[in-house]
Write a protein of this length. Structure first.
Length: 275
């Protein structure tokens, strides 16, 4: 299986997804509310149709697991494309630069082996091949990305989900001794901030995150020296549900992984089972 050909195919789909987003950005679409109260637009659905059509045409034996595709069953002994057609739909609707297209490729023998995040609003493409490094491409110019240098504990920058308006994250950060100046509000730009060395610690206080929301990013940031796991230290694996009683996810510089896996669970209120 030629990973480079598959990566090129994923890049082409990302650019086409970006073209669809950009073409309709001024509001030439309808907005719907799904059963989980999240928003979906005709743009999400148009990208989903494109993705399903192209995969069926070029890789008919491969699976697709995406936010908007109809079939969610996972057969783990076949290759899969994992795609978030429009990551950050609410930001897109509000015409804010907090959206992206994200995709990953899974093989039964090696797990997640390709990851990609594309930001149409500045034509920035991040991608990685497992074991071969991470790369950035913008306006036709590409370059390899170096692993992000380690930082002292008191210089680490923490992510706060921009959409979350409660206090649980700030209470946790305060317990960790983090001052406000080292907290940034994040959207789909999170991956780019990590690649630039401007974000070091992501703690997601939720029991389950759909795999399409993290798979592409996971491959990229692991190639840049970050660790990615559940808060009990077990790995995040495509096709496997989170561990029972999962209290969240940790994505941080690998040098600090063990520290946060030890400290964060002790600081969470015992009643935090679902958030």
């Amino acid at each position: 299986m030629d990973r480079q050909n598959i990566l090129d195919f994923m890049r082409a789909m990302a650019w086409e997804a970006g073209r669809i987003m950009t073409e309709r950005y001024q509001g030439d679409y309808k907005v719907y509310t799904k059963s989980d109260r999240s928003k979906v637009t005709d743009v999400d659905l148009a990208i989903s149709d494109m993705v399903q059509r192209e995969i069926a045409r070029q890789y008919p034996g491969f699976g697709l697991h995406s936010e908007e595709s109809p079939h969610k069953e996972i057969i783990r002994d076949k290759p899969y494309f994992i795609i978030d057609e429009l990551d950050g739909t609410s930001y897109y609707i509000e015409r804010k630069k907090g959206y992206a297209h994200q995709s990953a490729f899974y093989t039964p023998g090696d797990g997640l082996v390709i990851g990609l995040v594309y930001y149409p609003w500045n034509d920035l493409l991040l991608y990685a091949l497992k074991g071969e490094g991470a790369f950035m491409e913008q306006q036709g110019q590409g370059r390899a990305l170096k692993p992000v240098p380690a930082k002292p504990y008191d210089e680490l920058i923490y992510a706060h989900p921009a959409r979350y308006s409660g206090e649980k994250y700030m209470r946790l950060f305060q317990s960790l001794g983090v001052v406000d100046g080292r907290v940034v509000r994040t959207t789909a730009n999170r991956t780019h901030l990590m690649a630039q060395g401007q974000l070091d610690v992501n703690i997601f206080l939720m029991p389950r995150i759909p795999i399409w929301d993290l798979a592409g990013e996971k491959v990229i940031v692991e190639e840049l020296g970050f660790a990615h796991s559940y808060l009990d230290g077990s790995p995040v694996v495509f096709g496997q549900e989170p561990p029972r009683g999962n209290r969240g996810y940790l994505l941080c510089q690998a040098e600090w992984r063990d520290h946060f896996l030890e400290e964060v669970p002790k600081l969470l209120p015992s009643e935090y089972r679902q958030f």
